[in-house]
Design a protein around this ligand. Sequence first.
Ligand SMILES: [Zn+2]
Length: 323
Amino acid sequence: MITLKPFLLLFLIAACTLSFGQNLPTSLPLNLIDTNPKTPFNYFDATSTISAQSLLEHLAFLSSDELEGRKTGEPGNLIARNHIINELLSQGLEVTLQPFSFERRGTTYDAVNIITAIKGSENPDKYIAITAHYDHVGIGKAVDNDSIYNGADDNASGVAAMLAMTKFFKENPPKNSLLFIALDAEELGLQGAKYFVENKGDKNILLNINMDMISRNKNNEIYICGTRYTPSLAEYFNGIPESTFPVKFTLGHDGLDGKDDWSTQSDHFHFYRNNIPFLYFGVEDHSGYHKPSDEFQFIHPDFYYQVVKFITNSIADLDSKIE
Ligand SMILES: [Zn+2]
C-alpha cells in the first residue's frame, strides 16, 4: 500500500481532476444472485487444497534479504518476477508478460506485469481480475543497522496468496474467467495497475479483487474496502455468519467510517477510476509498514493462512453468484 502525505494527495487529486476531467465514481453496481441472507454462503474447508507450508515458503522467499526489497528495475525485483513465473508455469498455467515503462522524478523505469488466466466454464468472456503487487521499496535508510525493506506483508503476502489461488482454481474451475495479475511498480505510484487497466482493451472485467498486506494483524482482523460503492457486495459479506471463518472481517476504510479512506491507496484505484467494482483486502497499518522490519518473522502465519482461505472461498462463491 502507498500512503500519501496530505499535500501530495491534494496535488494528486488536483492533477487527476485536471488531466482526466472526471470525478471518481460514487456507485459501482454489480448484480449477484442469491445474496438473500437466507441463502447460505457456500463454505468449504480449503485446508486440503491450500497448503500453509507452500504459502509460507513463497512468502519467506519473496521477502528474503536476497531479493533486496524487490524495487522495480532492481535485480531483486527480477528474481521475484522469475520466481512467480516459474511457479505459475510449474502449475501448468500459461504466463503472459506485460512490459511497460514510465518516468518518475526524472528517472525512467522498466517494469513488467505478470498475467495468467483461468478460463471460465460458463462465461469465458467475463473476467474477475485478481491483483497483488510484487514490487516493494528496495534498499533505504537503515533502521537498527538493517537497510533492506523486505516487504513481507507489503506485499509478498498478497503474491504468495495469489500463487495458492491459481493452483486452487486450476483444480476447481470457475464459472467466469479469472485473470491473475502480479503487478509491478505499485510503490512508484500504482503504475502496473494503471498500465494494465489502460490497456485492457474491451475485456469485460466484472470485479477486481486486490490483495495488499494480508498477513500481519495482532487483532486477527482484515478489512474489506470497496463495498461502499457496491451495495450487493456489502449485503453479500454482511450475510456471511460471523462464525464461518476464524478471522474477523470488517467492511470499511472506504470513506464512511471515519477511518483513512483506502479507495485510492493501492492498485484497485485504477479499476475504481474506470468504473469497475472492487474489493480491497488489507490489514491496518502496523509498526513494520514501509520499514526494514516488515519481515517474515513478524507476520502472523495462522492469521495469514485463515485470511487466504477466506478470500479464496469468497472469490469462489462470488464467482458462482455473479450474474
Ligand atoms: Zn503494498
